[in-house]
Unconditional design. Structure first.
Length: 256
């Protein structure tokens, strides 16, 4: 399976500009004959879905479906708000026929998300041409319970759009649960956590793990984000097939 992973520097609250940049990556991935292209969490809007993006979410989903069909490529366009009655952080898997194959609602919400976002309730595994696939979102990767559920459903591919910055783990977790060694609480330790989790989840699930993180710097209300990048694809044996060891924008394409 040829996968395009886009480490994207989103433009805060500039959803239309972000969409057109995403479209350009979709066109490039299609030219390279990628089967699937993956974007990071919150790719359209930033770490909080503003009212405009919430209102326009159905329209953006329709436009991504059109792009998938036009360029004959499967798309995971990061995460998009879903608001039937309450707000969810949802990731859609859109097929090359322009159809929604699966919709996953983030379960393990990060601290600030819990103020105005409702968690999903269950993991999902669905069939694709290249095997059983599951989608999780960012902080879900830290949850043993969520990953056990995916293992029970025998997923062969796990895809994780993410919006992880340099302080996420040290704010809420004990680093020693996720890696060994005397790391300082810094950008390096956050990278170590991401690397350890990606390898751990790939091995324990015997699945290919596609981790797609945002990059760059942004400001939302009183918080300043320094996104880590570090996007990577890890094979079931724990071998890193491809990884960005930086926080710059870019796309890599791999055959997994």
């Amino acid at each position: 399976m040829r996968i395009a992973v886009v480490q994207f520097k989103l433009r805060m609250y500039n959803d239309e500009n972000n969409f057109h940049l995403m479209k350009s990556y979709i066109q490039k991935a299609a030219l390279a004959k990628a089967y699937l292209i993956v974007f990071p969490e919150y790719c359209l809007s930033g770490p909080k879905f503003n009212e405009k993006v919430v209102r326009k979410a159905p329209e953006y989903i329709r436009r991504f479906k059109q792009l998938a069909k036009k360029y004959a490529i499967n798309i995971i366009p990061g995460s998009i708000p879903e608001v039937p009655k309450k707000e969810f952080n949802a990731a859609y898997y859109i097929s090359s026929e322009g159809k929604i194959v699966s919709k996953y609602r983030k379960i393990n919400l990060y601290r600030n998300e819990r103020l105005d976002t409702v968690p999903g309730r269950k993991v999902k595994t669905f069939e694709t041409k290249h095997g059983k696939t599951s989608v999780i979102i960012c902080w879900d990767i830290t949850s043993d319970k969520i990953l056990r559920g995916i293992k029970e459903q025998k997923a062969e591919i796990i895809i994780c759009p993410s919006y992880w910055d340099e302080s996420d783990t040290r704010e809420v977790l004990d680093h020693k649960r996720y890696y060994l060694g005397n790391f300082k609480k810094s950008e390096d330790s956050e990278r170590a956590v991401i690397n350890g989790l990606c390898k751990k989840r790939a091995i324990e699930n015997k699945a290919t793990l596609v981790y797609c993180n945002a990059c760059g710097e942004s400001k939302h209300e009183d918080r300043y984000y320094k996104l880590l990048g570090n996007s990577q694809v890890v094979l079931p044996n724990g071998k890193v097939l491809k990884k960005f060891n930086h926080r710059k924008e870019g796309m890599f394409i791999v055959d997994a």
